[in-house]
Design a binder for this molecule. Sequence first.
Ligand code: ADP
Ligand code: MG
Length: 324
Amino acid sequence: MTEFELIRRYFAAQPVRRRDVVLGIGDDAALLTVPHDRELVVTTDILVSDIHFLPDVDPEALGHKALAVNLSDLAAMGAEPAWFTLNLVLPRVDEGWLTRFCAGLYALARRHEVQLVGGDTARGPLAVSVTAHGFVPHGRALRRAAARPGDRIFVTGVLGDAGLALAHRLGQRRLPEDDFRSLRERLERPLPRIAEGLVLRGLAAAAIDVSDGLAADLGHVLEESGVGADVDVERLPVSPVYRKHLEAAGWDAAIAGGDDYELCFTVSPGRLGEFEGARSRLSAGATEIGVITAEPGLRLRRADGTPYRPGGAGYDHFAGVEPP
Ligand code: ADP
Ligand code: MG
């Protein structure tokens, strides 16, 4: 199969057709219409075999995840997704692989009405890079630098499922097969919190998506905002399956596991009333986990107020955490 046939078969024939795409795949570049009252939000992520995913990963899950991690970045800005481009490095043309990859990619693209408008294809070691584009009304994007002392800190959904699933896959922890099956869904097919980001636009102060683990990502918000935080570890939201393993696994996967793709955000005291009113519209749910402080640094504490000591393998991820 030639490169041209490959592009025609797998990429030109994609399912989403938006009216703001003047020209999509097939020319030297795409032509896109940005609404006059919107800012264009652009984000990109690269996934490299052996580093970001295991080489035997289900291609359908890889297609999903390559787009999902970018949509998650748009969600964290409060953006509404519109278009994406796809750069693909493939060791060979494997039609079965490409069919499954595209199935995962396009199922998520349809769900969010986001259109593939271009890309590039080359031969080499397997790697996938997506660039996603979205819109926010002028000046309304959610930024990392906007947290202020007194803001409450929240997180959507649950944390740590993906981290526990990865620990099982890497042989660092043994989980019953049923439990692993339910957790691996969170690792392989994270759902970007797009709808939640749109609700939070205008309500939240700062926001970030949790891709490297809560401690690392909240740490970015703290650094960019020039503030600190007290976080109550025992209030972190975890799934029923995680809770079953809490005694053995501890909170570390929820604090530093990574790959959660939830939103962590702050709400200023003056907006808490309005936020409570809108809370039912956050379908993933939101849990209050702590408070922003003027004193810099991230302090993790237990319910009785004593410092939480991160243990074991995850420790490197805790670089920004104050020593207990
Ligand atoms: P060029 O030589 O100008 O780089 P290509 O032959 O690489 O053009 O691409 C032809 C068309 O196919 C372009 O519209 C390009 O955006 C699109 N395309 C190439 N690879 C991909 C891909 N992996 N996903 C989506 N579109 C692609
Ligand atoms: Mg090209």
